[in-house]
Write a protein that binds this ligand. Structure first.
Ligand SMILES: C=CC1=C(C)c2cc3[nH]c(cc4nc(cc5[nH]c(cc1n2)c(C)c5CCC(=O)O)C(CCC(=O)O)=C4C)c(C)c3C=C
Ligand SMILES: [Fe+2]
Ligand SMILES: [Fe+2]
Length: 364
């Protein structure tokens, strides 16, 4: 009888435990084309964590309508943000993983950093396999989502658990649930905003736009809404903004059901109509720029605000490869690795690693 467990390499007695960090992001299509979008959306929207409609009802809608119409429309939007190196989400996540590896210290300090995508490639399973093949026996799963949501964070957990079901020799696993109020994360966001304001002055309103989820999930106990509000409040406090100078909104609504409100675009239109001349928009829940920030906010929402009478619209880029963010990621990782004997490097070695990571291309 064939076993469902993959064959294991011979157990290496006496070798030091190696630690892996897997930075997991949502996923993105392989190309800005309708067939690539069909594959990506097919996998994404079949996840019951994302669309909580019974499969018997949802499958005919997904395959009969959505996957016939949406791929071409979404592909056209992706084409407007695609870079020579591929999808922005993948480019930034790849770079963050490389920089984090440098910040933490490379070979010799026993920590190996990789990134994976929940949908599409590189898959979570392939990167967990790769870490195991590199001799890693302890893995920290770190999602790119600061705010916990069943639709994203828990879905990453499901995928890791599915992989685990196929392993005979499991690594030790740790899972970061959220870091929506992490001081390093808030500081990195604040520095992003302050850098923008040093160059362009302050707006009348700072709009903090988070990805939406169905409103029902809040009633059912998902903490996402509360965590977005806490992030927003902490960022405003750090920036010294009074409550009438900022607004928290939710974007990227999908389908006809009620999602978390207030919605971003109608809020921007209302602000313009009420005489707000300049808005700055930041998307704190997205740690990498992607379709939802570069197209939906920086293009579509900008146009809606200006069309409604607003004068000036500034989009503030995501954390991407900002040094304060990589530093926050590194602190967060080290805290969650606490207790695992990973031989974190000396202060001098860490500085040398940061210099090397910066030479990889992070701006100052
Ligand atoms: C169908 C419901 C969706 C839920 C629930 C949802 C939650 C959710 N998503 C993100 C982050 C991202 N979503 C992105 C794209 C995207 N999201 C949905 C739908 C839901 N998201 C779709 C259909 C798409 C694809 C684009 C489209 O066709 O409109 C992205 C960008 C990916 C990229 O390639 O650039 C991100 C990031 C979060 C954080 C979240 C819940 C908190
Ligand atoms: Fe989404
Ligand atoms: Fe969108």
């Amino acid at each position: 009888m064939r076993s469902k467990f993959a064959p294991e390499p011979a157990f290496r007695h006496g070798q030091p435990a190696r630690t892996g960090v897997l930075l997991c992001n949502l996923g993105t299509p392989e190309a800005p084309t309708a067939p690539a979008l069909r594959r990506y959306l097919g996998q994404f929207l079949s996840d019951h964590r994302v669309v909580e409609i019974p499969a018997l009802l949802w499958k005919p809608i997904l395959h009969g309508i959505i996957l016939r119409v949406r791929p071409a429309k979404s592909a056209a939007k992706y084409a407007t943000v695609w870079t020579p190196d591929g999808s922005p989400l993948k480019v930034w996540t790849d770079k963050q993983a490389k920089l984090l590896q440098g910040w933490l210290g490379e070979a010799g300090h026993q920590v190996r950093v990789r990134y994976a995508m929940r949908y599409g490639n590189p898959s979570i399973a392939s990167q967990l396999d790769a870490l195991k093949a590199e001799g890693v026996t302890r893995i920290l799963i770190l999602s790119a989502y600061p705010q916990y949501s069943g639709t994203t964070t828990a879905s990453v957990f499901d995928d890791v658990a599915d992989w685990g079901k196929r392993q005979r020799h499991l690594p030790e696993l740790r899972f970061v649930n959220h870091y929506h109020d992490d001081p390093g994360y808030i500081e990195a966001l604040a520095r992003r905003v302050e850098a923008h304001w040093r160059e362009h002055g302050q707006p009348d309103q700072l709009v903090m736009s988070f990805h939406g989820v169905p409103a029902r999930t809040l009633q059912l106990g998902d903490p996402y809404h509360c965590e977005c509000y806490k992030t927003g409040r902490l960022l405003a406090e750090r920036l010294g903004l009074r409550p009438d100078r900022y607004k928290i909104t939710f974007q990227s609504r999908f389908g006809k059901a009620k999602w978390l409100e207030p919605y971003t675009e109608p809020s921007l239109i209302a602000l313009a109509q009420a005489g707000t001349r300049r808005v700055d928009v930041i998307c704190p829940g997205f740690t990498s720029d992607c379709l939802e920030t570069l197209e939906e906010i920086s293009q579509e929402a900008r146009e809606a605000f200006l069309h409604a009478g607003g004068q000036d619209f500034h989009y503030i880029a995501c954390l991407n490869d900002s040094p304060a963010w990589i530093d926050a990621l590194s602190q967060l990782t080290q805290r969650h690795l606490g207790g695992w004997p990973t031989q974190i490097a000396s202060a001098e070695q860490q500085q040398a690693d940061r210099d090397r990571a910066l030479a990889l291309g992070a701006p100052n």
